[in-house]
Ligand binder design. Sequence first.
Ligand code: URA
Length: 210
Amino acid sequence: TGAAPDRAERPASLAALADAIAACRRCPIGECATRAVVGEGPDEGRFSGLMIVGEQPGDEEDKAGRPFIGPAGQVLDRHLAQAGIDRGAARVTNAVRHFKFVQRGKRRLHQSPTAREIDICRWWLDAERALVKPRIVLALGASAARGLLGRTASIARERGRPLPLDDGSELWITAHPSYLLRLEGAAREEQERLFAADLAAVAARLAEVS
Ligand code: URA
């Protein structure tokens, strides 16, 4: 359908971007999800300069059509509040816009997107960044980092410091909140602490640039 995404013209508004993403079938995930989940954020003039990027919508996000409202979103919200970051003033979006899952009885189990699927969906993330123009981008997990860098990133090695992006903004990488949810005991405590430290660093940087 139409021109290849790299040659197609970028949508000129966030509303046009949302419509175009909803119709996207450039990878197979779009066929099975309920709907595309596009980014959400504040109205013009109220944007803090921060864009938060996750991996892909989960089961609840797919049903509701909003990013980070399920269990991972609750972990994220708790940490954002703790760091003093106003989620409502940030753009919250995902590297991949459709929920990828396998059906197991009544449950729909999350499946990680492939590098190829992330790379295909990257065109939308680039278009969204071009419209939103964030100063700081926070990537939650390896899929988000790939969607922004176009390469595989190591969370352990690359977290906690800014990486330059092509448009002059800075990328901060941290773990995905779902990763915290899969851990228990001391390992969970350690990762909660690292996640909190990463968000505190982003909050401090945000205060500097805004
Ligand atoms: N996990 C993500 O990466 N994004 C969401 O929107 C929800 C869960």
